[in-house]
Structure formats: C-alpha cells, structure tokens
Design a protein around this ligand. Structure first.
Ligand code: ARG
Length: 459
C-alpha cells in the first residue's frame, strides 16, 4: 500500500518539488497532541456507536495513548517525510497495529480533522495566554498604586495639555488590557465548537455521535453545518485580530517608554535586565523590549492580513489554501508567548522619575484651562474666558515667563474678574485634584477607579 493516505488512484509518483510544497508536517506537527486527542474521542465514539467493535475501538485507543506518551517524552518520532500530522500519526498507529489502524479514519476526513486540531490547539493557547495578560494587568495596577502622588504632564498631540496623575496614565493601559482579556475570553467561545463529524464536507453515512465527541473534547457545541464546519476559519481571524489589538496596546506604552527614557524626557529609567548595550557606543542603554513590542506589532497585524487574504473569495468548502491558516495563527501565538513575560518585567521594574515629570510641568502653560474655568465660575461664558486666557498666555510668552509667575495686576489688566485667588488655580496639584469627575485624574477619582479595576479583575 502507498504510504500516502490517498495513493490508490495514482499511478505516477508525486514530483519532489510538489511533495515539498504540499507538506505541512514541518508546522502542523505542533498539533500532534491535539490530533491524537481528537482521534481518541473519535475512536471511542466509533466503538460506542457500534461502527467499530469495542475490541477494535479499545485497541486503537490503547495504542493512540501509547503514541501520545511516546511522542511527549521523545521515545517515538514522527516520520519527517509524512505529508502532514494526520498522516504521520496514522502511520505510527499502522506500525503498531497494522491494517486495523485504517479503521480509525471511518466517517472522518482530514478536512474536519485538521480544523478540529486547530481549534483544540488554539483553545490551549488562549488558556496559556489569559494568565499572561492578567499578570501584566496586575503589574500596571501595582505600578499605579505605587505612584498615586506622582504628577505627570498629560499630552495631546504630544504637546503638554493638562497635568495628570502618573497612576491615571498607567491605569489607562490596565483598561486596554482588561478589554483584551475579555476579548480573548470571547474568542475562546468562538473557538470552542466542534467541526468533527462534518467529514470531507457533506457529513457521514455512519451513525456518528457528534455530541458525544464534543462532550469528550470539551467543546460547547457541535457546528450545525458540515460545509461551514470544514471551511470556517472565523475563530482564527478573531484570535489573530485580538492578538493584533493587544499588540497595538503594548506598542503604545512601548513608544511612551522609548520617549520617556530618552535624555530629553528623562521621565523613566529602564532596568538593566530589560535593556541592551551597543557594540560600538559604550554609554548606550537601549530600550529593546519596548522597541521589539513596537516592531512585533507590525508582524502580528501582518498575520491578520495574511489570514484574511487567504479566506477572501474562497469557495465552499475545504480548499488547500486553508493549509496556510496555521502559520499565521502560530506566529501570533508565539509572538505573544515570547513578548508578554518580557514586557511585564519591563513595566514591573521601570523606575519613574517624579522630579523630572514634575519639573516638566513648570512653565508649560498646562494649567491655562484652569484659569479659563476660573473665569467661567465668575459668570463669563467659556468661549470668552478661553479667549481672555489666550491673551494671558500671549502676554506671558511675550515676556518669556510661565503662567505660574504672572503678577496679579497683569491678569487684572486682561480681565477685572481675576481676583487674588486666581493665582491659586495655576498650581499643577490644584489642577489635578480638581478633576473629580468619574474617570477623572483627581486622586479621589483615581482611587475609585482602582477599586473598580480590582472588581473587574476578580470577575
Ligand atoms: N494539511 C492539510 C491542512 O493543513 C490537512 C487537510 C488536508 N485535506 C485535504 N483534503 N488534502 O489543511
């Protein structure tokens, strides 16, 4: 018998180049455990439904378990010349039990097999990923809690806008990650549906019990349409999209750390354990983890576009194009698995420099809005107040000093509504502590936010 699962109708050997092109074993071998797990459930079900005798099913199950163990502790090896993981596992089974191995594929096709494997694989990957995201959320939370009294220039357009608490800034990333975590939990639900039993595309004439297989494999439900079951990769798109978005969030704080650790900002110092040096310039300490987070973001966005492009215009049902789904998904999984622990370490150990942050708020006009709000409280419409304070800013700029050192008389020359207490609202502490609205940057609001964040984490 040909070593190929489909050799019967062929009289000519596959061309070597085609053999190589067609082979997916180099990348789908990582689904070996999932492939066997799915085969175990299928074989048991075939025994229960009487499609195979209980002796046949029992024997197949027993030997599959031996193969699973053997692969895991490297006592058994996959034949590197096999076409894919499915052929490779079946060949191992044939080595052990001969022709009986051929009964395992009853009522099954590689089309429903491969996507079942991929779903099982992705479910495991998500289960590994979720704690890594949660760990990073806790790091942001902890750094926020430690830095509740530190004031930072808040930016819009990367120009000083209004002063904020560093804790508030860090918590913004907590919420991005919290959405990511919930998004991956949603994706897990899309992943956790059973394709097996769809066979090649049309279903099977054997009395397969798909619900039983779903139960065994821990799937929430059985995919209701066999064509959809073998051709749907939405779950893989959803996963890769969630991964790309997570990376986008990571790249944003990465960019800030890169800026903040430059001499111009000096807001942070990254730990030596997460930085690298230069082979030529002895003084350098480079923020590589942050830069790689920023760089890998492009790579995972590419994985998503790759997957979407594979799916575009694909006619039903299975097409070999779908073999191209796996590397994109695996790359996204691997990238996150490698990046998240390093990134968490970087955030956990970054040293903030409150003096530099504080100093950056001096003379930066970031309390100009406070002064406008002051006039509003005196009954002046905001538009007019905005215009008047614009004149105050112009006046200071012309004299080469900041807002905080403006003499009261100069203020009063611009508007008689300015009283002695106007000067008090020019301080950054006052500005920060006045933003008491829900979600605002005042300490009281930030502490409320921390309580809420904790509740989210616990559910
Ligand atoms: N290696 C294939 C894949 O990754 C498995 C399914 C092959 N099915 C087929 N009809 N040739 O998609």
């Amino acid at each position: 018998m040909s070593s190929k699962l489909w050799g019967g109708r062929f009289s000519q050997a596959t061309h070597g180049a085609v053999e190589q092109l067609n082979r997916s074993l180099p990348f789908d071998r990582r689904m070996a455990a999932q492939d066997i797990k799915a085969s175990l459930a299928h074989a048991e079900m075939l025994g229960e439904t009487g499609v195979l005798s209980s002796e046949e099913s029992g024997r197949i199950v027993q030997e599959l378990q031996v193969i699973a163990d053997g692969l895991q502790n490297n006592r058994i090896e996959l034949d590197p010349k096999a076409e894919d993981i499915h052929s490779a596992v079946e060949a191992l089974l044939r080595d052990r039990i001969g022709a009986l191995a051929g009964k395992l594929h009853t009522g099954r096709s590689r089309n429903d097999q491969v996507v079942t494997d991929l779903r099982l694989y992705l479910r495991d990957a998500i289960d590994d990923l979720l704690p890594a995201i949660e760990r990073l959320e806790r790091v942001f939370m902890q750094r926020a809690e430690e830095n509740q009294s530190v004031i930072l220039p808040g930016y819009t357009h990367l120009q000083h806008a209004q002063p904020i608490l560093l804790a508030h800034h860090l918590l913004a990333y907590f919420w991005m990650l919290e959405r990511d975590r919930r998004r991956f939990q949603q994706v897990r639900k899309s992943v956790n549906e059973l394709p097996l039993g769809a066979a090649a595309l049309a279903g099977s004439s054997f009395p397969l019990d798909r619900k039983r297989v779903a139960e065994r494999l821990g799937f929430d439900s059985v995919i209701p349409n066999s064509l959809d079951a073998v051709s749907d990769r939405d779950f893989a798109v959803e996963f890769t999209a969630a991964a790309a978005l997570l990376l986008i969030h990571l790249s944003r704080f990465a960019e800030e750390l890169i800026l903040w650790s430059s001499a111009e900002f000096g807001f942070v110092e990254l730990s030596e354990a997460v930085t690298t040096g230069s082979s030529m310039m002895p003084q350098k300490k480079n923020p590589d983890v942050a830069e790689l987070a920023r760089g890998k973001c492009g790579r995972v966005a590419g994985d998503l576009v790759n997957l979407l492009s594979v799916l575009k215009g694909l006619p039903l049902a299975y097409n070999k194009d779908l073999q191209e789904d796996k590397e994109a998904v695996f790359d996204a999984v691997d990238t996150l698995a490698m990046l998240l622990p390093a990134y968490a370490e970087m955030v956990a150990t970054v040293r903030f420099n409150p003096e530099r942050m504080r100093a950056a708020t001096q003379g930066d006009f970031s309390t100009a809005t406070e002064l406008a709000d002051y006039l509003v409280r005196k009954g002046i419409p905001f538009r007019e107040a905005h215009h008047l304070v614009g004149q105050v800013v112009r006046h200071c700029l012309d004299r080469g000093h900041g807002l905080e050192t403006i003499p009261l008389v100069d203020l009063q020359n611009i508007s008689p509504k300015f009283d002695e207490d106007a000067v008090a609202c020019l301080g950054v502490e006052a500005a920060v502590s006045s933003k008491t609205t829900e979600g605002g940057t005042a300490l009281s609001a930030v502490q409320q936010q921390i309580l809420l964040a904790r509740q989210y984490l616990e559910t």
